[in-house]
Design a protein. Structure first.
Ligand code: GAL
Ligand code: ZN
Length: 660
């Protein structure tokens, strides 16, 4: 039997007498795995070198007797007070030069060698202890690396690490000076040791230096994780190693981190949302899809919301079956296992109100019953889904460096890279068209339509990649701010915008406008639409104009263009379309690219497929508390669910068909 449902469990928060009841209840609920100990350093090493693993071993063994396996977390996101007392210098420094102190979590510097020494001692002991325990199957390194680090750490140790990283990258200081454009504002360096971490400046920052800093921070986190992974791999060759990601979070390049891991895990809290009652569904869906892309494999959910969320302020109480719908949404997008956070709501600490499956009282109630029903219904199917993947015809290009570049220079105060990706994603999602995220170095030839928003940083290789894709019949959408900068974040000067890709798109862009505190309009077809944030003022060099501006002095000049190239088409969108234009435009691109939609239904009804060698599974999920009707565009056999083309509130239906 493989493992598909689990919980995050903290036995150390509860009396020993309770553990057996927990194990019993978990077993009855269909729980097959727990994650434990990822914040319990003090309980495992109350003083330097004094290890107390008995309680954990007892919990692992007890659960194992109930058929429940364990994933152990290394507790390195929470070094205990005695370490801090001995080595206060491991607490991180923020960009204002202030220390961040003990009392929360993530109070550690990831380059600090003294801290790494503590980790080596502890992780070695822990992995030796559990290497041969039959209850343990794998490890989660640290917890949400990059979380709680607004600026990562800017201490002296990090400064030295950064200098070393730069030396390796540039070799000579002259090369660094050229890459960073230090002729500007007298920023030249004589030697690497003069370079500092980006502590707050009197005015302004160097965009090239900042891009290197962000890439360095990501590399440092990967290096920090590797430090632990190497120990665990050596001591526990039979265990897997994973890490719990945070969707689109960007402190660490998740593609790079993924190379260390056997599989990627993710944390999802769709109900923890500031604006409105939950995260817009398309954003949760997009997050699952990007997580699947990090290793191009199915993934685990290591923390799936299992109750009301909140630290100081609380979110809405999930409605009956809403949690199940969210959990199956994870599965529909590629999760092979779902671990609920957390088993029982904490009585103490910061997360007293981040609710678990059981409430404070520990008595099983509505949510326990609901999720028990879920595991009963889907346990067998989960075995069949395992390893299968969605097979979208559409891909959206995702890249951490482009994201960093827009964090450094957003252009418009409301422009963010990930939100821009969401805007394109949403239009497909709502039409029930599955989407993959891809890296810009990936083979694109399997996709009928590729959307590459904000291709700001450009290299000759990437240009060529896009040329090749279109030349061979691909349909490519490029957007505003493409081909502006080189890989070092310097503006390119050899050609007019968008650089060599202008030939692919049949356009040049001699001027542009930022729609600061205003919006604009375009005419597309016979309709006028709202556009936001940016206008590339386009001159046609062979392309066809699809839409023209209806506002500004550049009214009537092209805003969106189409160019046939080789056997394919390159579209260029020189602005940010509002939702309506986005939908109409993408409908046109879909028609040209012959993209299939899974069906029709209201927003809030999700459709997604996973495919194995010979079978396709289709998930239809009602995320609303109303009854819904829908229509499928293909014939499938209904496996779970009451009635085809009809959904109860929050119902999840499962269909299948054989592949031809
Ligand atoms: C996650 C984290 C958990 C817990 C949870 C609820 O970000 O990994 O440890 O803090 O959020 O706040
Ligand atoms: Zn540091």
């Amino acid at each position: 039997m493989s493992i598909h449902f689990g919980v995050d469990y903290y036995p150390e928060h509860w009396p020993r007498e309770r553990w057996e009841t927990d194990a019993q209840l978990m077993k009855e609920m269909g729980i097959q795995v727990v994650r434990m100990a990822e914040f319990s350093w003090f309980q495992m090493e109350p003083q330097e070198g004094v290890f107390r693993f008995q309680w954990l071993e007892e919990a692992v063994n007890l659960l194992d007797q109930y058929g429940i396996k364990t994933i152990l977390g290394t507790p390195t996101a929470a070094p205990p007070a005695w370490i801090i007392e001995k080595n206060p210098e491991i607490q991180p420094i923020d960009r204002e030069g202030r220390r961040r102190y003990f009392g929360g979590r993530h109070h550690c510097c990831q380059s600090n060698q003294t801290y790494r020494g503590h980790i080596r001692r502890f992780v070695t002991a822990m992995s030796e202890k559990f290497a041969d325990n039959p209850g343990v199957i794998g490890w989660q390194i640290d917890n949400e690396l990059g979380n709680s680090h607004t600026d990562l750490c800017m201490c002296n140790s990090c400064r030295l690490y950064f200098q070393k990283w730069l030396l390796k990258k540039y070799g000579t200081i002259a090369r660094l000076n050229s890459a960073w454009g230090t002729a500007f504002w007298s920023q030249g360096y004589n030697k690497f040791s003069q370079v500092r971490t980006p502590l707050i400046t009197a005015a302004g920052e160097n965009p090239s230096a900042m891009l290197d800093w962000k890439c360095f921070c990501s590399d440092l986190i990967v290096d920090f994780a590797k430090w632990q992974a190497d120990i665990i791999r050596e001591k526990c060759p039979n265990h897997f190693i994973t890490h719990n990601y945070m969707c689109f979070d960007d402190k660490v390049n998740y593609y790079d981190l993924g190379e260390l891991l056997d599989f990627v895990s993710n944390d999802v809290y769709p109900g923890h949302w500031q604006e409105g009652s939950h995260q817009p569904l398309y954003q949760t869906a997009a997050a699952h899809d990007v997580v699947r892309s990090y290793k191009k494999q199915p993934f685990w959910i290591m923390e799936q919301q299992s109750g009301m969320t909140g630290w100081e302020i609380m979110g809405r109480l999930p409605k009956p079956n809403q949690l199940s719908a969210w959990a199956m949404q994870s599965v529909a997008h590629g999760a092979d296992a779902v671990v609920f956070f957390r088993w029982r709501t904490c009585a103490v600490g910061t997360e007293q109100f981040w609710h678990g499956i059981l409430g404070h009282s520990g008595k099983p109630g509505r949510i326990y019953d609901e999720l028990k029903h879920l595991t009963e219904t889907f346990a067998d199917y989960m075995d069949a889904f395992a390893g299968s993947m969605p097979k979208p015809e559409v891909a959206i290009v995702h890249n951490f460096r482009q994201n960093y570049a827009f964090q450094i220079q957003p252009h418009h105060p409301k422009l963010t890279y990930v939100k821009e990706l969401y805007k394109y994603y949403r239009a497909f999602y709502e039409k029930k068209i599955p989407v993959d995220f891809v890296q810009d170095t990936d083979d694109l030839s399997g996709y009928k339509l590729v959307i590459a928003p904000l291709q700001f940083l450009m290299t000759p290789q990437l240009e060529q990649h896009y040329f090749d894709y279109v030349e061979n019949g691909g349909h490519l959408v490029l957007t505003m701010r493409t081909g502006v900068k080189d890989a070092a974040n310097r503006c390119m000067t050899e050609r007019e915008l968008p650089g060599r890709l202008g030939e692919l798109c049949g356009i040049t862009i001699p001027e542009y406008d930022c729609l600061l505190e205003s919006t604009g309009g375009v005419l597309y077809g016979k309709k006028e639409y709202v556009i936001k944030k940016w206008c590339d003022i386009i001159e046609l060099q062979g392309a066809k104009c699809l839409a023209e501006y209806s506002t500004g002095f550049y009214k009537q000049s092209p805003a969106i263009t189409e160019n046939a190239y080789g056997q394919g088409i390159a579209w260029y969108i020189g602005t940010e379309p509002d939702q309506e234009l986005m939908e109409d435009l993408l409908s046109y691109f879909e028609r040209c690219s012959e993209i299939a939609t899974l069906g029709t239904a209201a927003d809030g009804v999700e459709m997604m497929t996973r495919e194995s060698q010979d079978q396709i599974w289709l998930f239809v999920i009602n995320h609303t508390d109303d009854e819904q009707v829908y229509h499928l565009h293909d014939r499938y056999e209904l496996l779970e669910g009451e009635r085809e083309e009809f959904l109860h509130p929050f119902e999840v239906q499962l269909f299948t068909k054989q592949k031809k």
